[in-house]
Design a protein around this ligand. Structure first.
Ligand SMILES: [Zn+2]
Length: 375
């Protein structure tokens, strides 16, 4: 029998449960007493969640400063502005509350705040472990990215026009406070997009070369749960129970991504972020690549793709485009405005590990073939 070797690392404390946002003040006071709260432009304010957060922190004596203008695809200028607020306030803990972009921005603030530099110097790098980064409390208000438990943050470098990751163990949040009730206010498009992102995390970490016996169990459970929730989401049902299941699936995906990484769809989607004329969500970028990637990858890991199809109640993985059309997601790059002339720019901006994909010997020719076939 083949001998097994794998490692598993998940240093983030997980606090999961409906209504548990109320614990924030108590959790935070044990980590830091001067918090910078990083959040998006208006959703948290409009839903009243921001006030609950601030009240909870203040009631435990935590001083709060606020950076509340993080956009959907955070860039270095926005992060640097938040870092300045954190420095001025002498913050000793960063709280990110919002979707994956906000949590990524909070992570970037945490690793930049104690340096004298701009976040631009960290984008595209894997950081060595240090004691310098500020601790992070991540509070997701969407259910999909899993960013609350991963060691990566995707930020666009405004100077180089490069969208890339900052990675390293300092980026793992100290606490992921997951309250599924916070996800109930997601608009339908965000529900669908984040659910699809969670689906891709389950699939990619299942077929990835760095998949482990532990991650495979987690992926299979996620796919099984998604086979129940996706049809409900299609019908616009999003009850507290579904929200709780999706928060769990997102968490599972994040834990797996942190341990096994992702595959080519994530590498290529990230690279499309460098196209100035394309402003598209992570999930739509992924879905537009998926049919082409599956066609290229299926023969490299037949058994596993068969199992993915079975767990998703499909006869064969070739039925995957039906799932996309049921969820009203794009299934080609053309649908999101990407043309043949963009392919070379995408190829020039691919970063991260392409060797993790199940496809053998991935090179530029294979990447180009996936992109052209996806048009
Ligand atoms: Zn993703």
């Amino acid at each position: 029998m083949k001998t097994r070797y794998f490692e598993y690392h998940m240093p983030t404390k997980i606090v999961f449960g409906r209504g548990k946002l109320a614990l924030l003040g108590q959790i935070c006071k044990n980590i830091g007493n001067k918090a910078i709260l990083v959040t998006g432009k208006s959703a948290m304010r409009d839903t009243g969640i921001l006030q609950v957060v601030i009240d909870s922190l203040k009631s435990e004596g935590v001083v709060v400063s606020l950076s509340d203008n993080i956009p959907a695809n955070p860039d270095s200028d926005t992060v640097d502005a938040a870092v300045e607020i954190a420095r001025q306030a002498n913050a000793n803990v960063v709280i990110g509350i919002g979707g994956g972009s906000v949590i990524d921005a909070a992570k970037a603030v945490a690793v930049t705040a104690t340096t004298r530099d701009s976040v631009c110097n960290l984008i595209g790098k894997t950081l060595l472990p240090s004691d310098l980064a500020l601790p992070i409390i991540a509070i997701p208000t969407t259910a999909g990215t899993g960013s609350e438990v991963t060691k990566g943050a995707i930020i666009k470098d405004s100077r180089r026009n490069l969208k890339s990751g900052i990675r390293g163990s300092d980026i793992f949040p100290k606490v992921a406070l997951i309250d599924p009730l916070l996800c109930l206010s997601m608009p339908r498009t965000v529900i669908i997009e984040t659910a699809f992102d969670a689906l891709t995390h389950a699939i990619e970490t299942y077929v990835a070369r760095r998949a482990t016996p532990l991650s495979e169990i987690i992926s299979e459970k996620s796919l099984q749960l998604l086979s129940v929730t996706l049809p409900q989401i299609e019908k616009s049902q999003y009850t507290e129970e579904i929200s709780e299941t999706m928060s769990l699936v997102a968490l599972y995906g994040g834990i797996n991504i942190g341990n096994c990484g992702s595959c080519l769809p994530h590498r290529l989607q990230q690279a499309t972020g460098s196209l100035c004329h394309i402003e598209i969500s992570h999930a739509r970028g992924l879905s537009s690549l998926y049919p082409s990637w599956l066609e290229h990858a299926v023969d490299s890991s037949t058994k596993k793709f068969d199992q993915v199809a079975k767990l998703l109640n499909m006869n064969n993985i070739s039925e995957f485009p039906n799932l996309l059309s049921n969820l009203e997601l794009p299934s080609s790059l053309g649908e999101i405005g990407i043309e043949k002339s963009d392919v070379s720019t995408i190829l020039n901006n691919v970063t991260g590990s392409i060797e993790n994909d199940p496809i053998d010997n991935v090179d530029e020719a294979i990447l180009k073939s996936i992109l052209l076939n996806a048009l």
